[in-house]
Design a protein around this ligand. Structure first.
Ligand code: F6P
Length: 471
């Protein structure tokens, strides 16, 4: 069968542009399964990736690599401020994450959001082959499906939202709610991480657009728009191979040595984001330390936070609060040579992260709301030794699949303390059983399977009318 050519559209290109000009960037290093030669759709069809380089100014010229063409979309400094930092990350991001921080609304941000979405649509229309499949990703680009359909009705358009779609009570606060929904309804298939997001989307369509949206496809302008649930995952074989590398094993042993050979290593790895529940977790840990239940030097906590969206107010203030709390815990309960929190606030390379995963006894992932949380899945994939335990917020999308984690409500400090002690104190066989069940899950449902499932469900509209698939 002739494969359709594919265009993937993401706000940010999937590599670090600083290494790109020499042509030395490593596609395997990117988070995109879509560049993997294992992906059936890509073995037989050309792929184009459209996205922003991460910097202001003219787009870099990027060489084609292994059948992949990259086409960058330029953003000006003002568009980065208003589209990326403003509308995407200070309006939509907090609103879609249960408004745990207050969403800000500015008309000039909305104008920039429309302008940038139009530019992405135009660039995609320019590079897509006739009849191509276009897969648009995430909340930065919700207007692109409809804009693209206007420019290129011959394309089959899919959209996947990596973050939660909020309940209608929250979504209806958005001044331009109907425009966003009409943008998404330009797709043939709109995918979500969890069923509740798909349900919220259908409810919002009914409330904001007055379009009937029951269980089946939504009918819009004589077309059918389907919704579906496709939980994203990690590249399990690649993560497992990395974790098995001698370099990673040696580094993991060295980390435990450097930490003073504690009995228990607790670990968290997060982007510095207020959705991740970093403060809630630190509070529970501080109380356990104060109660003298987790004693030094038996137990150490390593908190890695990767700086993110640093010019957005919410993020700047969060960093100050987190650093104050870490300082407080170490100041009050640490001693010379025995910090209670080992705090690393910078990006770490993949070897170091994999080594930390392997060195940890318990990984704590405690978001207040998270579309999926791939750190949790990566940890499970990395523990090829069967060791470790996962403490996971029930508000992470991953909790729907990683049912054998120690599940917690991060708002319940007492419950979190109790569950953390249960994870630390459980016998090794129990923790191995839990990890084995979760490893089976991430092995059966990895990033490759995710992309495959979505693209298989993304059938052209004509076939759709003849034989509707999905919900
Ligand atoms: O979906 C959330 C997401 O956009 C991820 O794709 C990404 O890894 C993360 O947030 C951070 O993205 P950025 O640094 O582009 O804001």
């Amino acid at each position: 069968m002739q494969r359709r050519s594919l265009v993937v559209v993401t706000n940010r290109l999937p590599f670090d542009e600083s290494v790109a000009p020499e042509g030395a960037f490593d596609w395997q290093h990117s988070s995109g399964v879509l560049v993997s030669p294992r992906h059936a759709h890509l073995r037989e069809a050309p792929v184009t990736w459209v996205g922003w380089s991460g910097h202001a100014g003219p787009p870099p010229e990027l060489p084609d690599t292994r059948g992949l063409r990259v086409r960058a979309v330029p953003l000006s400094e003002e568009e980065i401020r208003y589209h990326y930092e403003g509308y995407a990350n200070a309006t939509l991001w907090p609103l879609y994450h249960d408004a745990v921080e207050h969403p800000t609304h500015h008309r000039r941000w909305w104008e920039a959001y429309q302008r940038v979405n139009r530019r992405f649509a135009a660039r995609t229309a320019e590079v897509a082959a006739p009849g191509a499949v276009v897969w648009i990703q995430d909340y930065h680009l919700q207007l692109v499906p409809a804009l693209l359909r206007e420019l290129r009705p011959d394309l089959t358009v899919g959209f996947f939202l990596h973050i939660p779609f909020p309940p209608p009570e929250l979504f209806m606060r958005l001044p331009r709610r109907a425009e966003i929904l009409h943008g998404l309804l330009g797709a043939d298939l709109v995918g979500f991480q969890r069923e509740r997001s798909a349900r919220n989307f259908r409810l919002a369509i009914a409330d904001a657009c007055g379009i009937e949206a029951g269980q089946g496809p939504v009918r819009v302008d004589g077309r059918q728009v389907r919704t579906g649930v496709f939980p994203v995952s990690v590249d399990t074989p690649a993560v497992a191979a990395l974790a098995e590398a001698p370099e990673v094993r040696a580094r993991a042993a060295q980390i435990r040595e450097d930490l003073g050979r504690p009995r228990t290593v607790l670990l968290s790895v997060d982007r510095m984001d207020y959705t991740k529940g970093i403060e809630h977790r630190l509070k529970a840990y501080r109380e356990l330390v104060a109660d003298d239940v987790l004693t030094a030097p038996d137990t150490v906590f390593v908190q890695v936070t990767v700086p993110s969206r640093e010019r957005v107010d919410h993020y700047e203030r969060l960093r100050e609060r987190v650093e104050r709390e870490v300082g407080r815990i170490n100041g009050e309960y640490g001693r010379v040579g025995a910090a209670r929190v080992h705090y690393l606030s910078r990006p770490l390379d993949r070897v170091e992260v994999a080594a930390l995963y392997r060195a940890a006894d318990v990984l704590l992932v405690t978001p207040l709301r998270d579309g999926m949380n791939l750190v949790a899945k990566e940890f499970v994939a990395a523990r090829t030794d069967g060791g470790g335990a996962l403490l996971l917020s029930e508000f992470a999308g991953a909790a729907a699949e990683l049912c054998d984690a120690y599940l917690v409500n991060p708002h319940d400090t007492a419950g979190m303390k109790r569950t953390l002690l249960a994870a630390v104190g459980a016998d090794a066989a129990e923790n191995r059983r839990r990890m084995a069940a979760m490893r089976a899950q991430v092995t059966g449902h990895d990033l490759h399977a995710w992309a495959e499932l979505f693209l298989e469900a993304l059938v052209p509209p004509a076939a759709d009318l003849a034989a509707p698939r999905g919900a």
